[in-house]
Design a protein around this ligand. Structure first.
Ligand code: ATP
Length: 627
């Protein structure tokens, strides 16, 4: 059943009793006390005004000064914004440097002023196909899990943010949003695993923006060129950081919350200038952030919200020491004094163990099976020898061209293993009349961004990519993902194919498999079965051989080593099975023991028997890491 925002609001108003109980059962403000750095303790902090209950978006143009330029104190009916502007915060806030600035309208129109009902009925079908998520299994583990909500209207996010949700044409929350937003608003730490393209970005952005709008934040230090963001969102790749920044900017339009992005490969001076204009939410790749921290341009002392997108990637072998440094050794308040949210579509258990160091009494949420792909993606596996891959790809592309009956050419994303391989395939495709571009870690940042733009716009409807484009990128109209080279790790496969079949739309993924991919046969076959895909007999055959021959993948012991669909909250296993030294059911070669027996500070690497070949970039392979 479809319902518009206006319906939801009307229903809530009509049934105020029941909706109120929903609201009260989900605390509207973090329950933890605000972090106050030692040097600011004993100073008076502005009291938080009581939050008016959510009344739905306005139908006119007079409620929040939309489109009226800068917003002054008292002009707004949005309590969060008022709090934000009237609080005694100095230091890092946007309003204290260079004066108040007019928000650039990231939506490019003022459509919020048109009749709400009309706007929603016009766009109701343009967003997520919610029916596709109806039967999705959801599991939560942890103490006192706040109940999920069914509509945005049930959540008290603040009016300015609600308007932006409306502008984004989000009619109702996706399953991961239904669960995570109340959990985060209740101030709880969270590890959330939900399928690709299911709306995780908004799931962590909304509570952060709302929390900052709500205020109750200690003043930031004045008279220093160091900036003190209140929230940090970390991303493994530059392009994903840019995308999160764009999204967060949309969501925070006219809330007074200022978002800045920093990432490697781009001029640091420009980023410094942006920072000096003030920052509330900092989106960053780890390397550039460490640089700024070491130069004392940024301080993490005031961080109240930490979000790790693609958290399992952020904590795998390549990144883990750097993330640990940022989170534990550079002045960030400890768990309990900040709220931490970890999100990904995949969460190997040994990564869960590492991640739990950053969390306090957290809730573990799975929407769909951990690490599963969505069954919106039709998966095909073809047996193709190395030498035949190009001609096979050409056949696929020709077939697609012939299919292009709607005028618009479908976008095809082709994943290869190496940077050299990406260059070479791009040139070959272009020589053969297929407009292609490429993205990988050896290209300059300018080239990378240009390639992505050219692909998104359809100018070059084929993008050849390494794993640098495997995670998080939300490119509308990608109808086909081709795994020209199959990744060594099943989780990477899940993320790669997740570039299509997003937001409830369907997509196609084709993989070229041959003997060199034997190590993935079992996990690929399991994954496809789980997603109700047709598994070729030859793959089943290889899978049984790989199983007995010790096929390798990051999950060790087979994809479902801890029992079928063994991907749950690792704490279950840790508590019951852990008697030391890798005693859990899906021990990764014995190098990570139970949480309580291990010294994680000593670094993390593949132990004897670990899957070093399939875990992290091997020689000649690409790192999907950025700085
Ligand atoms: N409530 C909603 N209604 C409609 N569309 C939504 C909603 N929430 C998110 N979307 C859209 O769904 C798409 C996918 O969202 P997003 O990129 O956050 O997915 P994700 O879960 O982070 O994916 P990945 O695992 O690949 O990073 C985006 O285009 C986003 O704008």
């Amino acid at each position: 059943m479809k319902s518009s925002w206006a319906d939801a609001v009307a229903e809530e108003t009509a049934a105020s009793g029941s909706s109120e109980s929903n609201v009260t059962s989900v605390p509207s403000a973090p329950v933890k006390s605000a972090y106050v750095p030692p040097h600011l303790r004993n100073r008076p902090v502005a009291a938080e005004p009581s939050a008016p209950s959510f009344t739905g978006p306005p139908s006119g143009n007079n409620s929040v000064g939309y489109g009226a330029g800068g917003v002054g104190v008292g002009q707004r009916s949005d309590y969060g914004r008022q709090m934000y502007n009237t609080s005694s915060r100095g230091g890092g806030g946007w309003s204290n440097r260079g004066g108040r600035e007019r928000d650039v309208n990231p939506f490019g129109n003022d459509d919020v002023n048109v009749d709400v009902e009309q706007a929603f009925s016009a766009h109701e079908n343009s967003g997520i196909n919610f029916d596709a998520y109806e039967d999705i299994p959801v599991e939560t583990q942890g103490d006192n899990v706040p109940p999920p909500v069914n509509t945005f209207a049930e959540i008290d996010l603040g009016q300015a943010l609600n308007l932006n949700i409306q502008r984004c044409k989000y009619v109702r929350p996706t399953p991961v949003q239904r669960y995570t937003i109340p959990i985060s608003l209740a101030g709880r730490d969270l590890m959330a695993c939900a399928q690709t393209g299911s709306g995780k970005t908004a799931a962590f952005c909304f509570p952060i923006i709302s929390g900052i709008m709500r205020g109750n934040i200690a003043p930031r230090p004045r008279g220093t060129r160091t900036v003190f963001p209140l929230a940090l969102i970390l991303s493994p790749t530059r392009e994903l950081a840019i995308q999160i920044n764009d999204e967060a900017k949309k969501f925070s339009y006219q809330t007074g919350v200022r978002v800045v992005v920093v990432y490697g490969g781009a001029p640091i001076n420009q980023q410094l200038r942006e920072l000096e204009r003030g920052v509330d939410i900092l989106v960053a790749t780890p390397g550039r952030l460490v640089d700024l921290l070491e130069r004392a341009k940024v301080s993490l002392e005031m961080i109240r919200y930490l979000a790790l997108d693609e958290a399992d990637r952020m904590l795998d072998m390549g990144f883990e020491p750097q993330i640990r440094k940022i989170v534990q050794q550079m002045g960030m308040p400890p768990p309990g004094e900040r709220q931490t949210m970890l999100f990904s579509a995949t969460f190997p258990k040994e990564i869960q163990r590492l991640a739990s160091d950053f969390l306090l009494n957290y809730i573990f949420l799975t929407v769909g099976r951990v690490g599963s792909s969505t069954d919106l993606i039709v998966q095909r596996v073809e047996f193709v020898q190395e030498a035949d891959k190009r001609s096979y790809l050409m056949d696929l592309l020709h077939a697609q061209k012939d299919d292009g009956t709607h005028g618009k050419q479908p976008l095809t994303l082709v994943f290869v293993e190496t940077k050299k391989g990406a260059d070479s395939l791009e040139h070959w495709l272009c020589r053969n009349g297929f407009p292609a571009t490429a993205i990988h870690g050896d290209r300059t940042q300018q080239e990378r961004e240009y390639a992505l733009r050219s692909f998104k716009s359809g100018k070059t409807p084929i993008l050849v990519a390494t794993d640098v484009a495997a995670r998080g990128l939300d490119i509308p109209d990608v109808s086909h993902v081709v795994n020209f080279d199959i990744p060594k790790d099943i989780d990477d496969y899940v993320h790669r194919i997740g570039r299509t079949g997003r937001a409830g739309k369907t997509g196609l993924a084709t993989a070229f498999f041959n003997e060199s991919n034997m190590s993935l046969a079992k996990s690929l076959s399991d994954l496809m079965q789980e997603a109700k895909q047709e598994v070729p007999t030859w793959l089943t055959h290889y899978a049984s051989r790989a199983f007995y021959g010790g096929g390798k993948n990051r999950r060790g012991g087979g994809r479902h080593g801890g029992g079928r669909f063994g991907g749950h909250d690792y704490r279950r296993d840790a508590y019951y099975n852990n008697s030391g030294g890798g005693g859990t059911s899906d021990s990764y070669g014995g190098n990570t023991g139970g949480r309580y027996n291990n010294n994680y500070g000593g670094g993390y690497g593949p132990g004897p028997g670990a899957n070093s070949g399939g875990y992290g970039p091997g020689p000649g392979a690409n790192s999907a890491w950025d700085e």
